[in-house]
Ligand binder design. Structure first.
Ligand code: SF4
Length: 329
C-alpha cells in the first residue's frame, strides 16, 4: 500500500494469519485499496489461508493488473476469490496511459486472458471479473470499444464517475449519460457519505495494522493496531466511535479525528448533508448477522445499473431512428 503519513509497505502473510486466527467472526475481507495487491509476493499464501479459513475475499476496490505472477492468477481461481475489479479506463494503450501512466493495456488484457484460462481449467465461475471504466473527457470516445472488449473477456462492464471534477471532465455529457446511465459531468452528490459508510460497514486496516477507517484516509490513523490488539477494541476505539458521530453530524469536529482534515467532511459540513446514522447502523448490523447479503446487494445493484443503461440506450437508439424517419419524410 502507498500513502502519505501512514507510510508505505506490504501486508505480510503472518499478520494476515494473525488477523483471521484472532477474529473468527471475520467472514469477508477486501484486499485492495491504495497500491496494487498483485505486487504482494505473499498474495497466493494469503488467498490460500483465507480459503482454508472459509473467509470470502474480494479485490473490489480495484487492481491495475499490470504485473501479476501466474501463480497469483491461478490462486485467484483455485481459492475462489469472489470478485476482481480491474481498473481499465480505455480500450487502447494511448488512452489508457493518460491516467494509468506507464501502464500497458496489453499486459492487463493478457492477465485477464490467463485468469479466464484458469477459470476454464477449474471449471469455475469465480472470480467475477469487472471492467471498471472511470469516465473522463479523454476516454469517452472509447466507451463502446471497451464495453465490447469486456464482453469478449466475459467481464461485467462498470463505468464509474470521476471523483476529481476538474481532471479531464467529460465533454459530450448527454451522449455519455445515454451510453452509461451515469450522470456524467457532475460529481456524485453523496460520494463522501458513501465512503464514510465504511467506518461502520467495512473499516479499512492499513498494511501494518493501523486503523484507517475508510479507503480515502491516508493521513492519520484512529489508534489501535489490528495485528496486536483485538479487532473489537480497534473498531470501537474512542476516536473511531467519535468519528462515526462526527460524519453523521451529531457532534462537532475535533482536531484529533482524521475526518477533520478530509475534503468530504468539509463538503458535508458546508452542505449540511450527513451520513444517515440510523440507516448505516442498521445496514451494518444486518451485514454482520447475514454476511452473504452484502455481496448479494452489490450484485443486485450492478444488475440494476446494467438494466438502466440498457433501457437508456434502447430509448436513445429509438429516438435517433425517429429523428431520421422524420427527416426523410
Ligand atoms: S470524512 Fe473523509 S476521512 Fe472521514 S470517513 Fe468520511 S471520507 Fe473518510
Amino acid at each position: 500500500m502507498r500513502n502519505n503519513d501512514c507510510g508505505s509497505g506490504i501486508l505480510k502473510f503472518e499478520n494476515f494469519k494473525f488477523l483471521l486466527d484472532n477474529n473468527p467472526a471475520i467472514r469477508q475481507v477486501e484486499l485492495s485499496n491504495w497500491g496494487e495487491v498483485f505486487l504482494n509476493k505473499d498474495l497466493s499464501r494469503i488467498l490460500e489461508y483465507a480459503h482454508t479459513a472459509r473467509v470470502k475475499v474480494t479485490i473490489s476496490n480495484g487492481a491495475n493488473l499490470n504485473h501479476a505472477s501466474e501463480k497469483a492468477l491461478e490462486a485467484l481461481v483455485r481459492t475462489q476469490v469472489e470478485e476482481v475489479v480491474v481498473a481499465l479506463d480505455g480500450a487502447t494503450d494511448e488512452t489508457y496511459q493518460k491516467y494509468r501512466v506507464r501502464g500497458r493495456i496489453d499486459r492487463v488484457l493478457n492477465n485477464i486472458d490467463t485468469i479466464n484460462a484458469f477459470k476454464r481449467k477449474y471449471d469455475s465461475q469465480k472470480p467475477r471479473l469487472v471492467w471498471q471504466y472511470i469516465l473522463f473527457g479523454h476516454n469517452e470516445h472509447e466507451i463502446g470499444a471497451a464495453r465490447l472488449l469486456s464482453k469478449n473477456l466475459d467481464m461485467t462492464f462498470a463505468p464509474k464517475l470521476n471523483a476529481l471534477p476538474d481532471y479531464s471532465p467529460v465533454v459530450n455529457v448527454e451522449e455519455v449519460m445515454a451510453e452509461t446511465g451515469l450522470q456524467a459531468g457532475r460529481v456524485q452528490p453523496d460520494w463522501g457519505t458513501a465512503i464514510c459508510n465504511q467506518l461502520w460497514r467495512s473499516p479499512q486496516i492499513n498494511w501494518d495494522g493501523k486503523i484507517l477507517g475508510c479507503c480515502h484516509n491516508t493521513w492519520q490513523d484512529f489508534g489501535g493496531n489490528a495485528f496486536a490488539d483485538t479487532l473489537d477494541e480497534c473498531l470501537n476505539s474512542v476516536r473511531l466511535v467519535y468519528a462515526r458521530k462526527m460524519v453523521a453530524g451529531k457532534v462537532p469536529q475535533r482536531e484529533d479525528i482524521p475526518c477533520t482534515r478530509c475534503e468530504f467532511y468539509a463538503c458535508m459540513s458546508r452542505t449540511d448533508r450527513w451520513v444517515n446514522f440510523r440507516r448505516v447502523s442498521t445496514l451494518s448490523y444486518v451485514e454482520k448477522r447475514f454476511p452473504h447479503l452484502h455481496l448479494a446487494f452489490k450484485q443486485a445493484r450492478r444488475r440494476y445499473t446494467a438494466a438502466r443503461v440498457l433501457l437508456l440506450r434502447t430509448l436513445l437508439s429509438y429516438a435517433q431512428k425517429m429523428k431520421a424517419y422524420v427527416r426523410t419524410t
